[in-house]
Design a protein around this ligand. Structure first.
Ligand code: AMP
Ligand code: MG
Length: 457
């Protein structure tokens, strides 16, 4: 039984999933399945994960939402190719790519293999990096043809999350003036996910927590160099989870203006814009809640966003630089480090990882002067746990675009899924050093310099 389906019919439609042709399980997240204690295996799991069979007789549903896409309000979107198929231990199970729904707006309701591989791998990478995210349980491939710029094959990921509700769900009803539906939805979300928000200020408290969760998620994105690529309000989770993996990218050669989405010509969702965009998106959520919290209350909560963000980001950065005590000069030290990365096009992740092994960094002439300052600073603290602290936040492995691309090409061209398994294992434990896997820390080879990812998926 789906809690979401206890909302009134305005919020969703019943749907029939459209199974793929000759589906096969490419990979599953065993650790997640164990955590959920979900004991379905083999064919039964494949049947459910490919949309062939219902999960515990639950009626699949697609929900309706709206959203601001690239700053423009789109009055009606919805689960055009995803649906909720069940709930287990309070966790929603959702299929992405299981066919058309009433909200498909003429599109095919499918997801192609390449984008499903990217979602599968990135969600485990984010989980490995301790970033709040939806998690994918299964990746299913098929022989169904799907038409994009060329003919590709269809795939389905089974996403899981406590809830898949987005800002856009609130925006839809608010834009239609359906204030009682907005209230119904907020009450539902509080009752199920923000139970401690009680009493006369419960709506303000709820909004405050959403703002805080969003700030924490963004702080993690910025600290780990993750660019989402499509921060539309319909891709913003009310639980502060990273959701809807599309043309995302991790910073490689450090460039704060990095634009990962090839279709984002104006750089609205450039890496260094993400903190502002999240605040803008939260303001749109506040607009939708205007029947429950007034403008003054909303402003006072939104005003706290910056502090939440800075607090969380600074804590992460201090750890990444191995600093325990606060020193007024630390900001300068950190900024100087990033200036060197920018000027010399250094790799963001690898440079930070090498900070815990300064010997490696000192080989690099560009860092020489800076290392002297840094050495002085860390000797002030003489923290014996410094290296383990740093290595627990500076990953060895990130999902570089070229690594995903290699996995995709092998899967598409040769039906060879071994690379997916290798990356899955590395990315689920990105802070560890995996034996004989150093090549997976390498920067992009020449052939991958021009790789572009767009919204096509
Ligand atoms: P996205 O950019 O993937 O977040 O999608 C934006 C909106 O378009 C969402 O409402 C999706 O459900 C919908 N959508 C994207 N691709 C498809 C597709 N192939 N079929 C149906 N709906 C889609
Ligand atoms: Mg979306």
């Amino acid at each position: 039984m789906l809690d979401f389906a206890t909302l009134s019919r305005d919020f969703f439609s019943d749907i029939d999933t459209q199974p793929l042709k000759q589906p096969f399980l490419i990979h599953k997240n065993q650790a997640l399945q164990d955590k959920l204690k979900l004991s379905i295996k083999g064919n039964e799991l494949l049947n459910i994960a490919s949309g062939e069979k219902k999960f515990q007789h639950t009626q699949p549903i697609a929900s309706i939402y709206a959203g601001h896409q690239f700053g423009h309000f789109v009055p009606q979107l919805g689960d055009g190719r995803s649906c909720l198929i069940g709930q287990f231990q309070g966790i929603e199970l959702s299929l992405k790519g299981a066919g058309q729904t009433p909200y498909s707006r003429g599109a095919d309701g499918r997801a192609v293999l390449r984008s499903s591989i990217r979602e599968y791998l990135c969600s485990i990478a984010m989980k490995g990096l301790n970033i709040p995210t939806t998690e994918v349980l299964t990746l299913v491939g098929s022989h169904s043809e799907v038409y994009r710029e060329s003919i590709e094959t269809g795939a389905i990921v089974m996403r899981t999350a406590l809830s898949h509700i987005r800002f856009g769900h609130f925006e839809l009803f608010a834009s239609r003036g359906q204030t009682s539906q907005v209230k119904q939805l907020v009450d539902f979300v509080i009752e199920h996910y923000y139970q401690h928000c009680q009493g006369e200020n419960q709506y303000v408290d709820f909004f405050n927590e959403v703002v805080q969760k969003m700030a924490i998620m963004i702080a993690h994105w910025q600290a780990q160099g993750f660019a989402h690529g499509v921060m539309n309000t319909d891709n913003m989770s009310i639980l502060g989870l990273t959701i809807d993996y599309g043309p995302f990218g991790f910073l490689e050669a450090y460039n704060p203006q990095f634009i990962c989405n090839h279709s984002d010509h104006e750089g609205r969702y450039a890496f260094n814009q993400q903190p502002n965009v999240a605040l803008w998106n939260l303001s749109r959520l506040a607009d939708s809640l205007s029947g429950l919290i007034n403008a003054k209350q909303a402003k006072s909560v939104l005003d706290k966003y910056q502090n939440y963000l800075v607090e969380s980001y600074s804590a992460l950065m201090r750890q990444k630089f191995g600093l325990c005590e606060k020193d007024k000069q630390d900001n300068v030290l950190i900024t100087q480090f990033f200036d060197i990365l920018y000027q010399h096009k250094k790799d963001y992740t690898n440079s930070l990882r090498q900070l815990s092994d300064v010997d490696k960094l000192t080989i690099d002439i560009d860092f020489n002067d800076w290392i002297e300052l840094y050495d002085k600073r860390i000797s002030q603290e003489n923290n014996r746990n410094r290296i383990s602290m740093m290595n627990s936040v500076n990953p060895n492995y990130i999902l570089r675009n070229y690594l995903a691309e290699v996995a995709i090409r092998k899967a598409e061209d040769n039906k060879d899924y071994t690379e997916i398994k290798i990356l899955f294992d590395l990315l689920s434990k990105p802070f560890e050093v995996h034996q004989d896997m150093e090549s997976y820390t390498y920067e992009a080879p020449d052939w991958a310099q021009g790789l572009a990812v767009s919204c096509s998926s």
